[in-house]
Design a protein around this ligand. Structure first.
Ligand SMILES: [Zn+2]
Length: 243
């Protein structure tokens, strides 16, 4: 065994897989109000800091337990509450656009549920309309909603796809997430370069040609579009000219 390896970790301690598609939650997850939860977490976090030997009367530290408690409940774990799910309003596809729609480079800020350290990366989401479309920012909101939970990346990817399939009424949805896990980058193996890629392909996206088209869009840079004949008006408007 590598002598640098943390021998206090059991093999299970570094697992990064989940066994179910849903975030494991108790029945009584919302029996307490947000304010009650903040109060309890503030007390428990004070205990953690006290146990570590920190002086909680210090000006710099005394507000930390409350700050962390509020951040957990209201911000970084706010997506645990189904009431915060993005509304499912959609629009008729009045443009009759039938090609693949891709929303790429959606910023992901999440938290690894095994270490409570950040996961930071990009999500790329695509779908084919079966008659309904949603606002483009809705896809960012859906990613953000599932990111704001203690997460494993595989589950987050599947949750985004499942949610979009439900509100769009089609299986033809795909998501790829490429993210850095600070539990890998900043501790343990301390590999600052590595990132994790997960994907979920539904319906038409299981077809290798369609899947490849989506993956090509993800890596495509706007500059490359200069060479595409008759490229859509939006890029012409942004000053991209075919040379
Ligand atoms: Zn982790």
């Amino acid at each position: 065994m590598d002598k640098d390896q943390d021998q206090t970790d059991s093999p299970l301690d570094d697992r990064h897989f989940s066994t179910a598609g849903d975030t494991p939650m108790r029945e009584d997850a919302f029996a307490l109000s947000d304010e009650e939860k903040i109060k309890i977490i503030e007390g428990k976090f004070s205990e953690i800091m006290h146990t570590l030997g920190l002086d909680l009367t210090d000006d710099s530290l005394k507000g930390t337990p409350k700050r962390v408690a509020k951040m957990y409940v209201k911000e970084i774990f706010g997506g645990l509450n189904p009431e915060k799910a993005p509304t499912s309003s959609d629009f008729d596809n009045k443009y009759k656009y039938t090609e693949m729609l891709v929303e790429k480079d959606i910023t992901v800020y999440s938290t690894c549920e095994h270490h409570f350290l950040p996961i930071v990366g990009k999500a790329h989401v695509a779908y084919f309309s079966n008659g309904h479309v949603i606002g483009l920012s809705k896809m960012n909101r859906i990613v953000d909603y599932y990111a704001k939970r203690p997460q494993v990346q595989e589950r987050m990817t599947m949750q985004v796809v499942k949610h979009l399939q439900k509100i769009l009424g089609t299986d033809d949805v795909a998501c790829v997430i490429d993210a850095k896990h600070l539990c890998v980058n900043s501790r343990g193996i301390r590999d600052i370069q590595s990132s994790t890629v997960t994907s979920e392909f539904g319906g038409k996206f299981k077809d290798p040609t369609v899947k490849q088209e989506f993956l090509d869009y993800i890596v495509m840079k706007l500059e490359m579009l200069k060479n595409v004949p008759n490229f859509p008006y939006r890029c012409r408007k942004e000053g991209i000219r075919k040379t």
